[in-house]
Design a protein around this ligand. Structure first.
Ligand code: HEM
Length: 210
């Protein structure tokens, strides 16, 4: 339950907060949805393969805002060497998620939310998992997450529906940007996102959900 509900909701909360502060990104995501899905029906699972930019927005949230500082601990079952480091049998191995996702030797402007970085060329298909471990969303290998397809689908459809269904801005009675500070104990938003959502589709479209 923790993995399946908290991972997508944390990623989507951060993604929308970041996008409110960078309206060009939000507009580009809306344009993709309007072009591929239109405004007469809600985005559906069958649309997801075509929503490359939305997926890049979700992946960027996983890179920059992992839900926890470390991956699940593992113990090495034999002596091994990884990246030039000797890891003796019995070592407790912890992977730092921000250490990977915000590594300046791997990512340009690592602290900036920039979904475009995941779209290498116009034919590239964005996937939320990174088997190269340049970032850690689902991890990889034999103990990697077996729920990649379901987890990716849940994250992408949640983000896509919230962006398609509503125009998002900072609340009108406060500063016009979202405070993107993370909490000290973990990496969640220090202040849960409060934003203004205005319907952007015809009322009959929302009735599909009832
Ligand atoms: C967006 C959602 C999800 C994310 C980001 C996520 C991420 C992860 C991560 C990072 C691990 C640890 C991998 C490791 O230790 O190397 C993990 C393990 C696991 N996940 Fe997920 N997960 C998600 C959704 C799901 C779903 C939907 C399921 C099942 C339906 C699932 C089932 C599991 C299981 C069973 C493990 C333990 C695997 C093992 O230790 O062998 N996860 N997940």
């Amino acid at each position: 339950m923790l993995a399946t509900i908290d991972n997508p909701s944390n990623a989507v909360e951060w993604a929308i907060a970041e996008m409110i502060n960078q309206p060009d990104i939000l507009n580009r995501a809306c344009e993709e949805l309007d072009q591929i899905v239109g405004k007469d029906r809600l985005v559906d699972e069958s649309d997801l393969p075509m929503l490359n930019y939305i997926k890049a927005c979700a992946k960027e949230a996983y890179r920059l805002h992992p839900i926890a500082p470390f991956n699940v601990p593992h113990v090495s079952i034999k002596d091994t060497t990884v990246g030039g480091y000797f890891i003796p049998k019995g070592s407790h191995v912890l992977l730092s998620r921000p250490g990977l996702g915000r590594n300046p030797r791997v990512w340009e402007d690592p602290l900036i939310y920039k979904p475009e970085r995941h779209i290498v060329n116009k034919d590239s298909k964005v996937v939320l998992v990174d088997h190269e471990l340049c970032m850690l969303s689902f991890s990889t290998g034999r103990r990697g997450c077996p729920g990649i397809v379901l987890g990716s689908t849940m994250t992408t459809i949640l983000l896509a529906r919230l962006i398609q269904g509503f125009s998002w801005t900072a609340p009108s009675n406060g500063p016009n940007s979202i405070d993107l500070v993370e909490s000290e104990g973990d990496l969640l938003m220090a202040k849960p996102l409060i934003a203004q959502a205005v319907l952007r589709l015809e009322p009959h479209v929302y009735l599909e959900l009832m």
